[in-house]
Design a protein around this ligand. Structure first.
Ligand SMILES: Cc1cc2nc3c(=O)[nH]c(=O)nc-3n(C[C@H](O)[C@H](O)[C@H](O)COP(=O)(O)O)c2cc1C
Length: 238
């Protein structure tokens, strides 16, 4: 990595030499007794983790909405979550446009390949990205990183919306230049995703994807997990 970029990232807390101490608290390695002691305390965390997994598994794309507008506080929290995803270079190259105007939402639905269901949403969020800084920082990879930052933000929006019991859908089928003009994002920005949001008026079935069909160990194709048991609060070996 070029020195200039290293310095830039280091200042933003996005890169550090492993030999140098990072800002913040450094935690020691834990011994067996300490880990066992913590196991009990962590069972609450495990429960939370299990519940969170359930939320991830029950999130589905929602394309039918009630007309009521959700609480603005919730919308602000959802946007807050979007700004707290992982970011290449720790550069927040994301802006959000919240659209409630019915005529505007109708135009957006037309620009999004005539997906008329979008008009049912009481609010639509547009995730806008700016590539410029990332293009300078990572020549050759800047655009990819910029899109990935926006994708992480979009996923955070979908998940927190689901946590609040709202429905949402990630929409990408649109004519970029037309949407760009409709939302007035200027020459340095791109509309990256459109997210219709509201109270769900449908409940799609959950999807059953089995980990065993997708998981390999050490290299692709190997289904056998290494023998090491792992340590944690689960009482039964897994
Ligand atoms: C990059 C991307 C683009 C998408 N674009 C659209 C879209 O234009 N219209 C739409 O109805 N759904 C769109 N979706 C939602 C997918 O259709 C949906 O996530 C997929 O069918 C899986 O269903 P689920 O979200 O309910 O699990 C998109 C999803 C992603 C990740």
């Amino acid at each position: 990595m070029r020195e200039k970029i290293k310095d830039f990232l280091a200042k933003r807390g996005a890169y550090y030499e492993p030999s140098k101490k990072k800002e913040g608290e450094e935690l020691p390695y834990k011994d067996k007794t300490e880990l066992d002691k913590e196991a009990e305390e962590r069972s609450t965390g495990i429960k939370k983790g299990d519940e969170a997994l359930e939320y991830f598994k029950t999130r589905r794309s929602i394309r039918r909405f009630s007309p009521e507008m959700p609480d603005w506080k919730i919308i602000y929290n959802i946007i807050d979550a979007a700004l707290h995803g992982p970011l290449a270079g720790n550069l927040c190259n994301i802006d959000i446009i919240a659209i409630q105007n019915k005529e505007k939402i109708k135009k957006i639905s037309m620009i999004c390949a005539q997906q008329s269901w979008i008009c049912e949403a009481p609010i639509v969020l547009a995730v806008v990205r700016r590539d410029t800084f990332l293009l300078d920082l990572y020549p050759g990879e800047g655009e990819k990183f910029s899109i990935q930052n926006a994708a992480a933000a979009t996923e955070n929006i979908l998940m927190l919306a689901h946590f609040y019991g709202l429905g949402a859908c990630w929409v990408e089928s649109f004519e970029n230049e037309v949407l760009h003009d409709e939302l007035g994002v200027g020459s340095e920005r791109f509309v990256d995703a459109i997210i219709p949001l509201g109270f769900a008026r449908e409940k799609p079935k959950n999807v059953d994807r089995r980990i065993d069909d997708f998981l390999y160990f050490e290299s692709f194709g190997n289904r056998t997990r290494p023998k090491a048991p792992g340590r944690g609060p689960f009482t039964k070996p897994f």
